[in-house]
Design a protein around this ligand. Sequence first.
Ligand code: SF4
Length: 374
Amino acid sequence: DPLEIMADYKYTIALPAPTLYLQYDVAKFGRDRIMTALKKIGFDYVYEVARGAEIVTEASNRYLQKHTETRPMISSACPAIVRLIQVRFPSLIDQIMPVKSPMEVSAANARREFCEKNAGIDPEDVGVFFISPCAAKLTSVRNPIEVEKSGVNGVFSIKSVFFKLLKQMGKIQEPEDILQAGYSGVRWSAIGGEAKGINSDYILYVDGVQNVIKIFEQLEDDKLKDVDFIEAAACPGGCLGGPLTVENMYVARARSFKLKSTLPKLLSDVEEVELHNSDFERMPEHLDVTTLDSDMTVAMQKLRRMEEIYSELPALDCGACGAPTCRALSEDIVRGNAKITDCVFVLKERVRNLAKEMMELEELLPPTLENRKG
Ligand code: SF4
């Protein structure tokens, strides 16, 4: 989303994904400085999604303790993975952990906290914006899986705020004391960060769509029964490898290890009020591509269009566009929920072609005054 949509709201809240902190040199730019800079660029309030992640961990542990009949449960945090299950592994839908994502849990708690601290504010006047490492979050806000309507009003890429924050951080004398999360929440940015918070020794974490597919195939074959919890991320490396980040994922991961030694596990225990409404409002359903339209003729036309679009995509199934596979993106496009330039490879190709065309046009232009003087 463009940053300009903030102007549609009287008050604005930023929800920084934990990945944002690791885009900067952690020794120089602490979390408190980054959060203060978010306020400097126009947000009225900042709520750490890392805190939302801690709440989700608590809710997931309670669920696992209470419901022992189904194992393993699969994390619902990566929307591209939930989509993958809906499209390709419908028999695993009942194994999706029915706890909302840290983004949705954070949006609800941030709005509640802000309105409690500022009596008289209408929650409708508050715009909540997620600072995201990946495009899948934008899709999940527009077409939410676990809720009727997302609590998030817009999604900004980490890339779009990176330099704005950098510019502000250098000017901040005294960062505000506004941290909410400990290392348990911050570590969610890397693969394994979520699973390590689960109260079990039998956890599995896997990244990259192709690797996840292999694990899910084993699950369908009734293997892996001894595992309690699976964390799966579409992007290699987890959110740190998201396509909307700036820093190399390995550098960012090294910074995360550095933070571990300086942070307590939690800054405060999760309270009951924070857990309120953290369960799914509805379960995901099997997405059948043959149901493109109730009218069979239109459905067939859409199916043909889907095939055409698919033939233009690189068939890498990398998940960087937010859809788990290229075929899923072509379906999203046909349904009107995405565009072909959501594929990072198509976008790159188009930008390259555009630049080439501009250079060719420039050669046709008459010389400028400066050139003539030369
Ligand atoms: S459409 Fe592009 S970005 Fe999406 S999975 Fe396929 S190759 Fe990756």
